[in-house]
Design a binder for this molecule. Sequence first.
Ligand code: NAP
Length: 293
Amino acid sequence: MQVIDGKKISLQIQDELAAEVTRMKAEGRRAPHLAAVLVGNDGGSLTYVGAKVKACEKIGYGSTLIHLGEQTTEAELLEVVHKLNNDPAIDGFIVQLPLPKHISEQKIVEAVDPKKDVDGFHPVNVGRMALNLPCYLSATPSGIIELLRRYNIETSGKHAVVIGRSNIVGAPVSVLLARNANPGNCTVTLCHSRTKNLEEICLQADIIVAAIGKPHFLTADMVKEGAVVIDVGTTRVDAPGTKLGWRLLGDVKYDEVAPKCSYITPVPGGVGPMTIAGLLQNTLLAAKGEIYS
Ligand code: NAP
């Protein structure tokens, strides 16, 4: 059994991107520039956005953080999005979700210019992904694919079972695994809360991606010997006596599932760290105009 080290791979990618920034600067080009818009003071969002800005600084990207108040109106936020769409100094930007309830996330996502949509949430990018056209892949699905690629895990002809069909994880992962690409070429079964006989389906899987949000949902009796298990789940649970007072649990009962696997991602340290790498990769593509020229 091999543990897939997402933290190590994410740092490796960041080193590669930093080297690319150095090359760009040596050629007289400016470094990629990512902007992040944060509305309100949600603790999780502040942490995520802070980590993204810090990662940009670390690898030599430019970064801009636009922090707006909780009471910002939808019209005001749309105005900020339009400004960023038209600012030639910004290669790509994200609007951190979730947004306050009075703002339509769909409206905001659709207002972002697809050419600058480095989160890969705009319907144009999602549609292009489904058609296997160049696009910005959203960070979590692309992080999963990147882990499979960098660990040389064979996917062609394999049966992949994806549990969870959300727009941000399960559904795009199922599309990417089924594409005629490498990694890809899987036969995919996409499962959700209405799926019958989930245990039986999982037992037939060569690759399982668990993206449910229910700690320890996937148990050893659902996994066949030698399977590859990717755990996307991250649920915060109280952990009195620890420094943070909480810890993250995955969707997989790691201790009993891991011994049966050929490869498995831990939580934390598996898929999670890959999301920043994916965003930074997209920002470089945006700066180079490699997806949309
Ligand atoms: P979500 O939108 O809540 O979707 C959960 C999915 O799981 C739904 O499709 C749901 O089915 C399905 N589900 C729920 N109970 C089920 C059951 N008993 N059997 C089969 N399927 C079931 O969640 P999400 O946004 O995709 O996130 C999933 C997990 O990944 C969460 O823990 C989240 O925190 C984590 N996550 C991690 C990262 C990362 O970077 N590591 C990124 C994003 C999300 P229905 O559609 O039928 O309701």
